[in-house]
Design a binder for this molecule. Structure first.
Ligand code: NDP
Ligand code: 8X3
Length: 252
């Protein structure tokens, strides 16, 4: 029988690549995100995998009521969720603490922390009922070292690390694995979103070195999700060869 994965933020970047990878390995996919046309287009392309089922659902993870009602009302055949990928997230702006916009801080906190909490809490009853499951949270190197002008984005990713540790402890009796994957710079829509559509600024982030690709992260997620039942990767940091940590990025 096919396994089922639930992915937040599947309309681009890591989430989309994770959906493509798992679909190609015959996993049924619940794909979510806010942009309907991107979600529909991914669902159409995944339809090429004839052995799987795909359920696209438009979902804003910040909307607490929508998250709980969507998960609660999943058709019964979609309730056996083996793996949840808490991936939806963003950086809004890169400004010094004194100049950053409060509304940017709130967007990041609402999405990266509160959204992850809502979706985890909504999906967990199914995993507990099934006596197992795997939550994979997408953290960041920004959750390992704070960098200049990263302030609240870094804080949200430190939170993802702390929440992952807490989930791992409290979910032990339920045999639920919790993995936090912390990538460094990866060429997705991340910087375009962070710099609010400024393509030049976004491109500059990835100039002079070979950054991670979304497919690199998807392969790692797939590896973590397919280990023997008794093995759990708790915490994983992955960067491209040119990056040592949040601060050191060797550009040529
Ligand atoms: P992208 O911008 O390419 O993808 C972000 C995804 O999150 C999109 O699918 C977007 O979908 C979704 N999303 C954003 N806000 C919401 C929301 N409120 N509700 C539902 N979905 C939402 O960036 P990445 O793929 O790079 O980012 C994915 C995750 O990886 C994020 O958590 C990011 O912080 C993290 N990360 C990224 C790194 C990088 O360098 N790229 C490195 C380390 C971590 P939509 O707009 O359709 O809602
Ligand atoms: C995204 C990577 O270095 O821009 O989490 O914070 S970084």
């Amino acid at each position: 029988m096919n396994k089922t994965i639930f992915i937040t933020g599947a309309t681009s970047g890591f989430g989309k690549a994770i959906a493509e990878k798992f679909a190609s390995e015959n996993w049924n996919c619940i794909i979510t995100g806010r942009r309907t046309e991107k979600l529909d287009s991914l669902a159409s392309s995944l339809a090429a995998y004839k052995k799987i089922k795909v359920l696209p659902v438009v979902l804003d993870v910040r909307d607490k009521e929508a998250v709980f009602s969507m998960v609660k009302n999943l058709p019964s055949k979609w309730q056996n969720i083996d793996v949840l990928i808490n991936n939806a997230g963003l950086a809004a702006g890169r400004d010094s603490f004194n100049e950053a916009l409060i509304e940017d801080w709130e967007t990041m906190i609402d999405t990266n922390i509160k959204g992850l909490l809502y979706v985890s809490k909504a999906v967990l009853p199914f995993m507990i009922k099934n006596k197992g499951g795997h939550i994979i949270n997408i953290g960041s190197t920004a959750g390992k070292e704070v960098y200049k002008e990263g302030n609240v984005y870094c804080a949200t990713k430190f939170s993802v690390n702390a929440i992952s540790q807490a989930q791992r402890i409290d979910l032990l009796p339920h045999k639920i694995k919790v993995t936090c994957i912390n990538p460094g710079a990866a060429d997705t829509e991340f910087s375009l979103v962070r710099f609010k559509g400024d393509e030049q600024k976004a491109k500059a982030v990835y100039a002079g070195y070979e950054p991670l690709l979304a497919s690199d992260v998807a392969d790692i997620v797939y590896y973590c999700a397919n280990l023997p039942k008794h093995v759990c990767i708790n915490d994983l940091v992955v960067t491209c060869l040119a990056q040592a940590n949040s601060f050191y990025n060797y550009k040529e």
